[in-house]
Each structure stands twice: as C-alpha cells, then as structure tokens.
Design a protein around this ligand. Sequence first.
Ligand code: SAH
Length: 419
Amino acid sequence: MTENSRIRSTGPAKTQVRPRTEGWTQKTDESGRPLLQFASPKRGKPPVHLADLTPAERAEKVKELGLPGFRAKQLSTHYFTHYTSDPAHMTDLPAAQRDELVAGMLPPLLTEVRRLETDKGDTIKFLWRLHDGALVESVLMRYPGRITLCVSSQAGCGMNCPFCATGQAGLTRNMSTAEIIEQIVRANRLIANGELGGKKADDHSMERVSNIVFMGMGEPLANYKRVMDAVRIMVAPQPDGLGMSARGITVSTVGLVPAIRKLADENIPVTFALSLHAPDDHLRDELIPVNSRWKVDEALDAAREYYEKTGRRVSIEYALIKDMNDHAWRADLLAEKLNQRGRGWVHVNPIPLNPTPGSVWTSSEKDVTDEFVRRLNDAGIPTTLRDTRGKEIDGACGQLVATTEDEAAAAAVNAAQPR
Ligand code: SAH
C-alpha cells in the first residue's frame, strides 16, 4: 500500500487535522519554499570566556593578562570542578590580580531572570538573560540515579515547527560554546548548594548533572561548531572540562541530514535523537518544515547510518498530537519504515504534546496514545512514552520565554498608557 492510499483509506474512522487546516500558515521565502533560518543573524558577540577556549588558548590568554600560563589550570579547576566564577573563592590566585583575571577569563554570561520549581523541587526551570538581552531557558530534573539538564543551543530557533513555542518565535542568534556550558555549571552550582530537591536518603549518586539533552531552545545542528565544542568540553576530563560521559549527552535534531552525517564521524558517542513526529512526508512537510529539504526516508537513512558508525541506538521522538499524527496507520507505517532498516537499532519515544499557549492542538487521548505505543511494541520496536516533567511550569520548549516576552510587552504597553 502506498502512503497516499493509506491516507485515503483512513476514511471517516478517525479525523485528520493538519497545521494548515487548523489556521497555521507556513511562512515562505522569496522562492516560495518554507522559511527556514539556517544562518544566525549578526549581533554583538558574547564576551569570550574560558569555556570558549582550548586549554592551550586559555594559557595564552592568561599570559596576555600578565600572569603565568599555569594560572589557567587553576581557573579551570575553579570553574569546572568547583563551579565558581567568584574571585572571592579563589584564594590560591594572587589577590592583586584576581579580580582582573576573573573578569578577563570568566566574564558573566547568564543572568538569572526567573526560576520556577515543581515536582517538590526536583524539577527546576531557569530563564536566563544573555549579555545582549536575548532570553533562553534550561530545565533541571532529578530522576532516581541521574540528574538531567535540558539545555538551549540557540536563542530562538529558525526551524519554524508549528507546534513548538520556540519555533514560532524565530531565530535571534546562535549561543556561544561558553553560554551553552555555563548552563551546566550554574546547574551544578545550585545542586552543590543543596538547592535541587527530591534526593532520597539512600541515593549516593554523585551530586551533579549526569545527563544533558539538547532539547531546550534551538536546533543544535544548526549551531554545529559551537555545540560540538561544548560537547567536547562536557566530556573532557576535569579540570579541562566537565568530565561527563558522552553516552549521557543527547543531541536532538529536526533532521539536518548533512550535519547528522558529520556528527556520526566525530567519534564522540553521544546519543542521537531524531524529531520525526510523522512517518509520511505528506504530514511531515507541514509539521517539520525542514522536511522540505530532507525527507522522512533521508532522515531515517542518516539516523540508521549514525547507528552503524557509532553502535549507539538512535531515539525517534514523536510528539503525539490529537488527530494530527496519532493515527494507528501512522504507528504501523513508522514501524514498517524502521524495521525496513534493520532490527535493534532504534527506539521510539512518543511524548504527549505539551500545547503552547493559545494552541488549537492538544495532546492525544490516552487510549489513542496507548494504542500507538502498543502497535510499535508489537512490531518489535522498543517504545516508551516519555514523561512530561515540568508541564505545569511551561516545560515545553520556549514557553517561558514566550510568557516573559508577552509580559514585557504588556508592561511596555501599560507604561505607555496615560493614567
Ligand atoms: N530543535 C531540536 C531540539 C529542540 S526541541 C529538535 O527539534 O529536535 C526538543 C524536542 O521537543 C523535539 O523533539 C521537539 O519536536 C519537541 N517539542 C517541541 N515543542 C513541543 C511541544 N509543544 N510538545 C511536545 N514536544 C515538543
């Protein structure tokens, strides 16, 4: 059966809604293709920070500041193992030059604007302001035996996915390597201060972030170099980096095929996740506009190659949206396309849609969700429903920024009104 005949054969049994029929209009470029922003708009660069530099470059920069190169190692130890940028804590550095050295090497990058907590304090969402006023988010989550941080890689996003709050806001700019790393260091500092709740008395796991997911704002593979430099710093042994395990780092993408191939050749075994959300081009063209460049089959082939080159099992992400992509035939088609490419190389992570404010779409009903998961599992594809941690604190990508920008806009309007 072809994809089109399947679409027709769904008949009246289950409704089909699509972004376009639900009032969403696809933005297009001059040539009429779906609008995608791959290049970061030019803006003032964030200050250069120790975490933007290689160990050799760090020593070089410290020498430029008039101190011997070995001071760079001491600064790295403060930053990557004690999670501090506060000169007052650095008593092993010469008091006279300490402030200048810290100002030159560890400039402030993220100002905390807001912190929201839920799940009895074991989920914390941060809203950060960057040096130029751009806003980004990260979400910290404690699970039994691991602590996961969801990080942003861009301020905004150029991929324009209709169901995603960040996608609708457009791309402000790429984040620097150090801005990405600083999200982790700030989270580690908070954990070290005992501010992340939910720890059980018998949990002796190390008290710092163990897992990173690039599922905050932005398309990580559209900011490839800075994201990969950040990954290299995450896995570099302390004190040069954070000493994390590559396996605990998940890079999630809409499916930039050439970049997926490049990632597979990096020899850093990160976990790879593909945001598929539809197994047929017909729907995916609208749901994930980058599908106009690389089709479902091309993205799946690249994902399979990732597995072949790295031996790492790939994740397929699938936000279940009521009557849009949750049809039983789509579960079957997805299973078929994955099984066509071999066994044991992939698992599927459906997640109920977290509706963005004002969204006309909602998450799938429970019985539909269960049926979708069951069909995939029955076809031999390991499938686990992902939890929706932090839903009540606008856990979905970009929602906190959207709310804050709305509030700022409302405040500006109020301020402008005569009293
Ligand atoms: N740009 C990357 C990573 C950021 S988004 C990517 O698309 O993979 C991380 C995941 O959250 C993606 O799978 C994305 O499709 C999903 N997502 C975005 N908005 C969502 C929403 N409202 N509800 C559920 N998942 C959402």
